[in-house]
Design a binder for this molecule. Structure first.
Ligand code: FE2
Length: 305
């Protein structure tokens, strides 16, 4: 396995929202995130010691406008920068103001070569000690993001062969579940072959199975569409519930996940493309499942906050 750099964790997802107030209310009141910063154009929400797990920015059309990944150290960040530079991705270092906002020592961003998505890599983040005030769910962490991509092979070449993400499982030609090596989570990123580059879903890992059941009833009471589950994924063993945010993006609560050792991990499995791989309990996805907002290419991302 080729692991040229050591990653930390998934940092954040940035969503562009036509109705910032509605999206803020959804992620605060129904998902259970804590508002950390709020302006007319941008809202930062947390479920961890990071300054933001979800960033919502006002925009004319819904979109996925960025994701962030942590590197284990400044040295690893420099290695990652060199890798993206060698790939011709033109990594740009963040300036002092952006570093200060993010409480990080160093960071750069580049465009994902397949989707154009703005990817931010950072290191040396100072933990935020402000209390979390979300009460409706006990969220452990932002778990993973899943992208629909038009060229899965090319995405594999970037994330796995270039950046050293580790494949945990795959459905040949259709799906790959990737670890941000050496992060133990079965996947921090997954890629699905599609005819469009869009967000598939954003996952929040909850600490208690009750959070899945409570979320189901909370979403139903609020008129939020539940588009898949509750069920259990075969690949990751996670129990899941998927529901839609105000822009039709799929969000997921999940409980439990297979964890991998840094060395000696099992080989990736070749899974079949079958409904019971996606849910061992027999629920079936609504047609709206995983049909999230288009990816906003980095060149069109004007405001990084
Ligand atoms: Fe998921």
């Amino acid at each position: 396995m080729n692991h040229p750099v050591r990653f930390g964790r998934l940092g954040y997802c940035r969503l562009r929202c036509p109705d910032l107030a509605a999206s803020t209310a959804f992620y605060r009141d129904l998902v259970g995130l804590t508002v950390a910063r709020e302006s007319e154009s941008e809202v930062w929400l947390r479920c961890s010691d990071k300054p933001a797990d979800i960033v919502l920015e006002a925009g004319p059309e819904a979109g996925l406008a960025g994701i962030g990944f942590e590197l284990e150290s400044d040295l690893e960040l420099e290695r990652a920068l060199a890798l993206t530079d060698a790939s011709g991705l033109g990594p740009q270092r963040l300036g002092a103001a952006e570093l200060a906002q993010r409480h990080v020592a160093a960071a750069f961003r580049c465009a994902d070569p397949v989707t154009g998505l703005a990817i931010e890599f950072y290191a040396g983040q100072t933990a935020t000690t402000e209390p979390l005030t979300g009460t409706v769910a006990k969220i452990a962490q932002l778990g993973h993001v899943v992208l629909n991509v038009t060229d899965l092979d090319a995405a594999h070449r970037f994330w796995v062969e270039r950046m050293g993400f580790a494949m945990s499982d795959r459905v040949a030609g259709l799906a790959e579940w990737l670890r941000a090596w050496p992060n133990p989570l079965h996947h921090s990123l997954a890629l699905l072959q599609s005819d469009r580059n869009t967000l598939h879903h954003i996952n929040f890992m909850v600490t208690d199975i009750d959070d899945i059941g409570k979320a189901m009833n909370r979403m139903k009471a609020a008129g939020v569409p539940i588009v898949f589950g509750p069920g259990r994924h075969l690949p990751s063993t996670s129990i899941f519930l998927y529901f839609l945010d105000p822009d039709g993006n799929t969000a997921e609560f999940s409980f439990g996940m297979e964890l991998f050792e840094e060395a000696g991990a099992r080989d990736p499995r070749e899974l079949e493309h079958r409904a019971d791989v996606m849910d061992m309990w027999g629920s079936r996805p609504d047609p709206r499942f995983g049909k999230g907002s288009p990816i906003v290419p980095l060149r069109e991302v004007a405001n990084h906050g």
